[in-house]
Design a protein around this ligand. Structure first.
Ligand code: CP
Ligand code: NVA
Length: 331
């Protein structure tokens, strides 16, 4: 059956079928190839998109801006300050205003409910650029990167270590279940994803002939891994007070050489970035000095190793986000 995503929002992967995700990945591959050979693709000339960021971003913002410009569209960036949204104007009213001026809306911020409401009231496609619960455009880039490295997705073993109930843990579990990838989360019980989402993903995984496993044992969990993935231990929007307990909880889930040696010999290392793999950042330095550590979720050795594909992953944010905009805005 032909896939048509025109007019759809991209709010979470749960809303998309495996065939629709496959369509977006294939479109991203085509757009990546076209860009490499300098083929102009300004097929959405005359359209405009607005990019709402209530939290910081490098990759997501740049991917939306470059993707939109490559497609010939105009962009407006609205940051955490400077607009009326949420202060003098409700999300519902903001959505109705923006929907009158723009063809599509990107939102990065807090609760999933906000991005769902933007889609409900704006009547134009809305794209989730990260909420507390989900980060679906990141997972599209991750799937594309994995497929580029292994030539396929189905049947691979994917292992996530760290805060498994954050936006990345949740979204990767859904993405793997949808695409037939065996997903294992290694985390302390307190940081396991919510039972309701795990149950839903197990149901989806059954349909796609793969498994969802949760374990507290990192050494065992990483065995036979094709893909080893981690994310920051404290996410944007969480209070500073959680650092101390989070460092204690997640210390034994750090992706280091010793742990990587338990994965398959050709396993790749992935991270959505930004990453605390050294002390060359303001926050990394502060936390490092306060708690006497030099690296957090991944060691610099693994981050810089041949197994690490983190910058391919970062580049693929742009190609996949461009595919989402093109597919949903249509021509
Ligand atoms: N991975 C990711 O979303 O990066 P940014 O926070 O830089 O957008
Ligand atoms: N879990 C991280 C992802 C950043 C891309 C955060 O929300 O800060």
């Amino acid at each position: 059956m032909a896939i048509n995503l025109r007019g759809r929002s991209f709010l979470k992967l749960l809303d998309y079928t495996p065939e629709e995700i496959r369509y977006l990945l294939d479109l991203a591959k085509d757009l990546k190839k076209a860009k490499r050979i300098g083929q102009a693709n300004e097929v959405l000339k005359g359209k405009n998109v607005v990019l709402l960021f209530e939290k910081d971003s490098t990759r997501t913002r740049c991917a939306f801006e470059v993707g939109a410009m490559d497609l010939g569209m105009g962009t407006t960036y609205l940051g955490p300050s400077g607009s009326q949204m949420g202060k003098k104007e409700s999300i519902k009213d903001t959505a109705r205003v923006l929907g009158r001026m723009y063809d599509g809306i990107e939102y990065r911020g807090f609760s999933q409910e906000i991005v769902e409401d933007l889609a409900k009231y704006s009547k134009v496609p809305v794209w989730n650029g990260l909420t507390n619960e989900f980060h679906p455009t990141q997972v599209l880039a991750d799937l594309l990167t994995i497929e580029e490295k292994f030539g396929n997705l189905k049947g691979l073993n994917f292992v996530y270590l760290g805060d498994a109930r954050n936006n990345m843990g949740n979204s990767l579990m859904v993405g793997c279940a949808k695409m037939g990838i065996n997903f294992t989360a290694c985390a302390p019980k307190d940081l396991f994803p919510a039972k309701e989402l795990v149950d839903k993903c197990r149901e989806i995984a059954r349909e796609n002939e793969c498994t969802i496993t949760l374990t507290e044992d990192a050494e065992k969990g990483i065995k036979n891994a094709d893909v080893v993935y981690t994310d920051v231990w404290v996410s944007m929007g969480e209070p500073d007070e959680v650092w101390e307990s989070r460092l204690k909880l997640l210390k034994s889930y750090q992706v280091n050489k010793e742990l990587m040696n338990n994965a398959n010999h050709d396993a790749i290392f992935m991270h959505c970035l930004p990453s605390f793999h050294d002390l060359n950042t303001k926050i990394g330095k502060q936390i490092g000095e306060k708690f006497g550590i030099t690296e957090m979720e991944v060691t610099d050795e693994v981050f810089e190793s041949k197994q690490s594909v983190v910058f391919d992953e970062a580049e693929n944010r742009m190609h996949t986000i461009k595919a989402v905009m093109l597919a949903t805005l249509g021509v």
